[in-house]
Each structure stands twice: as C-alpha cells, then as structure tokens.
Write a protein that binds this ligand. Structure first.
Ligand code: ADP
Length: 450
C-alpha cells in the first residue's frame, strides 16, 4: 500500500480523498494555490505545499510544480480528483515515468476516452449503441450539412476534446448550422486548444443516465446501478438521484451489461463512469466515458454503502476488487449541488461566508470544504457543497432533502439553495417524470427562485 498520497486538487474533493487516505492509514500532501492558503484541504492534510498563484493554469494545472511537490514530499502516489489534470493523459504518463502511481486508469485509456469521437467508434466496436452521428471529426461545413441532412435536425455539434458541459452547440436548421459551426470550432479551440468537432443527432426528451464502473488491474469489472442526472442547467448537473424513476429492472440490466462490456472491451482500470442518453422508449445510447471519480459519486456510495475512493486507492495499489458481485442498492439517494452563485444571473458569487450551518441527522451527508469565515476565491468553480439524502423510498428522500436544504444557512454569499427548494417542490420532479430539458421548462415557468 502507498505510504503517502499527494492530492492534486482542492476543496471538497481534495478533502474527500484526504479522509479516505487517513482511514487507510496513508499520509497525505495537499497542494494549494496562493488563493487557497486558508482552504480546508490545505489545513487538514498531513503536509501542504504551495504550487503557485491563484490562476489554475499557474497552480492546479501546472504539472511541473505538482510533480516537484510530489518529489519534495516523497509522495508515492498522486490522486487527481476530478477536473484540473484528472483526465490529462500526459500528466498520468509523466507521473508513471517519475515512478509515482497515478490513481486512475492508464494514460492510454484516458487518451482514448478523452477524444469523444474516437471513444464513440471504440464503443461501436464493443457493440454498445452510440448516438447516431458522424463517424469521424467533421472539419468542413459542406460535410457537416450533408451529415445533418441525412440524420435530420436538430443536431448537436460537440468538441471532440470537450468536457464539463462546454463546447456544445445545437443547430435546428441548415442556416443555424452555418451560424454555429465556426463558432463551435472557435469555442473548442479556445477552451480545449483543439478545434475538432463531431456531430450527433440531438435527442429531445432524453434522460442522462450513467453507470459507475469499478475495475481492478486483474480484469475484474463491476458495474454498479445507475445515477439519474437529467436535472441539469446548460449541460451542468444540478441534482442527481438513484435509482432513476424511469429505469426498471430490465433496462437496468441492459445498461449495466453495456457499461461492463464497454469497460472490458477497453481493458478499463480504476473508477470510471459510462454516460448514456436514454429516450422515452427506453432505447439507450453511449454518450461518453469519464475516466475519473465523478462529482456525484456519493450517490452511489450511499446507495450501496461503499467507499469508492478507498476502493480506487486500493485498486491503484494493485489490490483485488473488494466489492462483492451482486451487491444491491438500498433505498433512494438524492444529491443537490450547492453552488455559490447569484440566483438571478447564475454568475459565480465568491466572497466570505459570514455564517454557516449545514444539515445533519440520519441519512444526511454533506461533502464540503466550506466553513464559517472562509473566503471563497473567485478563481475556481462555484461548487461549495454536495448535500446527499438517503431514505428507504423516493418520496421520503425528497422530504429529507427538503428539510435538509431548509435547515442549511449560508450567509454572506449568494447560493442556489432557493432554486433547489423550488425544484424539490416541482410536480414534474415529484412525479419523477423529467428529462434533460426539465430545467429549461422549469425556468421558463418559474423564473429563477431567489
Ligand atoms: P460533457 O462532457 O461536456 O459533460 P456530455 O457529452 O456528457 O458533455 O453531455 C452533457 C449533456 O449534454 C448531457 O447530459 C445531455 O443533457 C446533453 N447532450 C449531450 N449530447 C446530447 C445529444 N446528442 N442529444 C441530446 N442531449 C445531449
């Protein structure tokens, strides 16, 4: 087992990894930027080391500085968390070349899945259904028009290197395609330094349902039950739950098999998530695979009574998968992502938290690095807490979550707590009869609750 893990991340996920490592008896090193001097991950790790200025490109994305920190502190493994360098194959490669274990899949798998267009083709080979679309990168307008015409509008242009809900544009007609194509290329180039686009049929009234996969280095793969992630705004998830109100046992078995086949086909290792779009008829299509821990992993942990991060660390150290085959999920679990943002504009709302009370009690879990008096830096994303509620039935989990959100107080900054409360009381949400367009309908109907 490792003796020291450097956590190449910040805030709640860094803290989550530190907790898991501590339970396993492993020492931790936090890296932090100048704007994160007072961040909890830096305070609670066994050692800490500053890796540069606040701007992510100068610190959390600075491979040389992170590797130096690992060498100085003699860490034998690096956990990348999510975001930042978590899906950067070069980083994984450099870690391995420096004799430091990268806690994640091998660089070759990160690379394969990181190009979403290539990942689609690989899934096709594994006989996993993919969304109808272009077989390859489309770099000229005439070709884009030809493909779109054949498939039928609406279509979605996607950056092959995309992620985090960015680099996607929908076109509903040939003239819109003309408008969007160059813009999408420019956006992709600016965000990912890669202008490559591919095209997919844009599926209306579909659900985003994803499957958690855990695989060890010995070829053992397990696919755990689904996470329903259709409550999203601008392709960014807001609320996740399991089981999905839409998925019956038959569909679940098919989804699990598809994810397991996909993972086995590419020789997957570590934690990973296979994301699918599921249409009204229950037909499902592979969308992408994320080769890291997901923000919403606690949903699966609470549903199965597991610690996925500990499992991930043990697998990276060469241990055999310890999750028993046939383990069943219990009850119902929901997660709300609490963001520091202005409810009116959805713009980030950094600042100092003057007063903070988080909910508690049976069945409530809060993953957060926020504390009273903490000044939230403006350099990073706006997620400040994940509130997770677990109960025997969906309606009870919703009630529990409503009470938990009502009993959360975050003073000094603006948050999306009022939005969560309004969604939790919405009839469409309560019926479980929603899709990825839910938030558009919800905001058109209610505006943004403040
Ligand atoms: P990212 O990696 O940036 O998160 P994804 O490919 O996972 O991008 O897509 C994010 C979201 O965008 C999905 O959850 C879904 O709501 C929407 N989306 C993506 N592709 C399609 C599609 N072909 N049709 C309909 N919606 C889509």
């Amino acid at each position: 087992m490792f003796s020291k893990i450097l956590v190449a991340n910040r805030a709640e996920i860094a803290l989550r990894v530190i907790r898991a490592a501590r339970e396993l008896g492993i020492k931790t090193v936090a890296v932090y930027s100048e704007s994160d001097k007072t961040s909890l991950h830096a305070v609670l790790a066994d050692e800490k080391i500053c890796i540069g200025p606040g701007r992510a490109s100068d610190s959390y994305l600075n491979i040389a500085n992170i590797l130096s920190a690992a060498e100085i502190t003699q860490a034998d493994a690096i956990h990348p968390g999510y975001g930042f360098l978590a899906e950067n194959p070069r980083f994984a490669e450099i870690c391995e070349a420096s004799g430091i274990t990268f806690i994640g899949p091998p660089a070759s798998i990160i690379k394969l899945m990181g190009n979403k267009s290539e990942a689609r083709q690989e899934m096709k080979k594994a006989k996993v259904p993919i969304i109808p679309g272009s077989d390859m990168i489309v770099d000229a307008m005439p070709e884009a028009k030809k493909i779109a015409k054949k498939m039928g509008y609406p279509i979605i242009l996607k950056a092959a290197a995309g992620g985090g809900g960015r680099g996607m544009r929908i076109a509903r007609s040939p003239s819109q395609l003309e408008e969007q194509f160059t813009m999408a290329q420019n956006e992709a180039k600016a965000a990912f330094n890669d202008a490559s686009l591919y095209i997919e049929k844009y599926l209306l009234n579909a659900r985003h349902i994803e499957i958690q996969v855990v695989a060890d280095k010995k070829g053992n793969v397990i696919a755990l039950g689904e996470r329903e992630c259709s409550i999203q705004r601008k392709h960014q998830k807001l609320i996740e739950e399991t089981p999905s109100p839409f998925v019956d046992e038959r569909l679940r078995r098919k989804l699990l098999k598809a994810a397991e086949d996909a993972a086995k086909h590419v020789g997957y290792e570590s934690l990973g998530t296979f994301e699918f779009l599921v249409d009204e008829k229950g037909r499902f299509y592979f969308m992408e695979a994320n080769t890291r821990v997901q923000v919403e992993h606690p949903v699966t942990e609470e549903a199965y009574g597991l610690d996925l991060i500990k499992e991930q660390i043990k697998i990276a150290a060469g241990e055999k998968l310890s999750i028993p085959d046939g383990l069943r999920m219990r009850g119902h679990t929901i997660e709300c992502r609490v963001n520091a943002e202005d409810p009116a504009t959805f713009a980030p709302s950094p600042g100092t938290i003057d007063f903070l009370v988080f909910p508690g009690g049976p069945g409530i879990r809060v993953d957060s690095a926020a504390y009273q008096g903490w000044r939230i830096p403006s350099d990073y994303d706006s997620l400040i807490a994940k509130v997770v509620a677990h109960a025997p039935k969906r309606h009870l989990a919703i009630k529990k979550m409503q009470a938990a959100i009502e009993m959360t107080a975050i003073v000094g900054i603006k948050t999306n707590l009022p939005l969560h409360l309004a969604i939790l009381a919405d009839s469409e949400f309560l019926n479980g009869d929603y899709d990825t367009q839910f938030m558009e309908r919800f905001l058109a109907k209610n505006g943004s609750p403040q």
